[in-house]
Design a protein around this ligand. Structure first.
Ligand code: A3P
Ligand code: MG
Ligand code: MG
Ligand code: MG
Length: 398
């Protein structure tokens, strides 16, 4: 539980009077009101219940975006490490996890939640990681001090403890924050799309989610630039249960409700898949798209930015079919799931079952994940069924 998160962090590093509230004007911690979002409907009772958590999540993710942007601009070879599963991890993944864990711990009663997050500090505690830990600690402190909300500095031990507070197993009871500090690390390294993804599970259900996509243009993907407003880059999607999905720029401006594409015609629909060929079976996606009558070629984007783009109607379908044996983790989908669901979309496994985020750190899935609007889902499920049948028939004749 959270009382064991960041042991000693607050008491050991804070001057006693520094329990200040967050100050960023564009992401106030005070409950959002109708006057701030004049174009929005009054939020439902359910979403009001998580209003404070939502504003804390937005604040934490936007702070983390600044840290990531700084690292991405000046990425050093020494900023990148390889995890035991050979996947990449950078100072920005660790820095973001420490920063967000710290903000949650400061802003939300600490005995009321746990944190399920992707990274851990194992590699950073090794003798040859001293320099990298120093750099992460500097990054976190620079980001905090540039923001000015917290008048304090974290020690290296605080940073390690903050990262390790994300070891929770989650599960069906209580509240668990779910964090992917950088989703799409490979995209981040290429200078492409990535997302900071933070969601809250309450009694096993995703009740809010925030997706910060620092490299996502405000104009729809695939649409040419038209004017200077459309040239802005950096999107923050947020959603809470019953409250709809909102997109604003990362600088806090232009909050608007978003909705998934309403197209009923697969010939007009475009589909998203992973940029990384190793993350999803492209032959299978292409066979599904063909059966459905989709004309456009796949749009390949890294990270949960796909969920955000789909929530605002840039494309109508997202197909994800990992190779056999791969186990999906909850932090790769929780925030994206609620952003799409609250924008009117449907997210399910390949057999049409809803995703179950209550089973711990992994999703227990049937084959793959498919996302689209309510009208197209029955057609998509038929196409998936047929394509999977063909795939297994051709495998058995080999
Ligand atoms: N072989 C594989 N199959 C499917 N997903 C994989 C994978 N290897 C890594 N991933 C996951 O794919 C995520 C990126 O998703 P996408 O393909 O949509 O960009 C990675 O998140 P991280 O970058 O947070 O590690 C990682 O969890
Ligand atoms: Mg990773
Ligand atoms: Mg991820
Ligand atoms: Mg990640």
């Amino acid at each position: 539980m959270a009382s064991s998160l960041l042991p000693g962090l607050l008491s050991s590093t804070l001057p006693s009077k520094t329990l200040t509230r967050l100050s960023l004007q564009q992401f106030p911690i005070r409950p959002t009101s109708r006057t701030q979002y004049p174009s929005l409907r009054v939020l439902s009772i359910a979403s009001m219940a998580y209003e404070r958590e939502l504003s804390v999540a937005k604040k934490a993710a936007s702070l983390a975006s600044r840290l990531c942007q700084k690292v991405q601009k000046a990425l050093l070879q020494s900023d990148v490490q390889s995890k035991s599963d050979k996947s990449p991890v950078t100072v920005a993944d660790y820095g973001t996890q420490a920063l967000i864990s710290f903000v949650l711990q400061r802003e939300i009663p600490s005995d009321s939640f746990s944190l399920v997050a992707e990274e851990d500090s194992g590699d950073l505690r090794k003798e040859d990681s001293k320099e990298i830990l120093k750099r992460i600690t500097e990054l976190v402190n620079d980001t905090l001090s540039a923001d000015g909300t917290y008048n304090l500095s974290l020690s290296e031990d605080d940073v390690l403890a903050a990262i390790d507070s994300g070891k929770s197993e989650g599960g069906p009871h209580g509240r668990h924050w779910v964090l992917d500090p950088i989703d799409g690390t490979k995209g981040f390294l290429r200078g492409d799309q990535y997302a900071i993804a933070l969601a809250l599970l309450d009694e096993g259900k995703v009740v809010l989610g925030v997706l910060a996509c620092p490299n996502l243009p405000s104009r729809p993907i695939g649409e040419p630039e038209k004017n200077s407003l459309q040239n802005s880059v950096g999107c923050l999607f947020s959603a809470s249960i019953g409250g709809g999905s909102v997109l604003q720029l990362l600088d806090g401006s232009s909050p608007t409700k978003v909705h998934v594409s309403t197209t009923e015609n697969p010939a007009e629909a475009s589909f998203f898949e992973s940029y990384e060929a190793a993350h999803s079976m492209r032959d299978l996606s292409s066979s599904i798209a063909k059966k459905l009558g989709v004309q456009a070629p796949p749009v390949r984007i890294d990270s949960q930015a796909k969920y955000g783009a789909l929530a605002r109607g840039d494309g109508a379908i997202y197909l994800r079919f990992p190779h056999q044996g791969y186990r999906e983790k909850i932090w790769d989908h929780a925030a994206g799931y609620i952003v799409v669901a609250e924008a009117g979309g449907v997210v399910s496994d390949a057999s049409g079952k809803p995703l179950d985020f209550s089973r711990g750190r992994y999703l227990d899935l049937d084959t793959g994940i498919i996302v689209t609007n309510q009208k197209l889902m029955p057609l998509l499920l038929n196409a998936v069924r047929e394509a999977l049948k063909e795939q297994s028939q051709s495998a058995s004749t080999l």
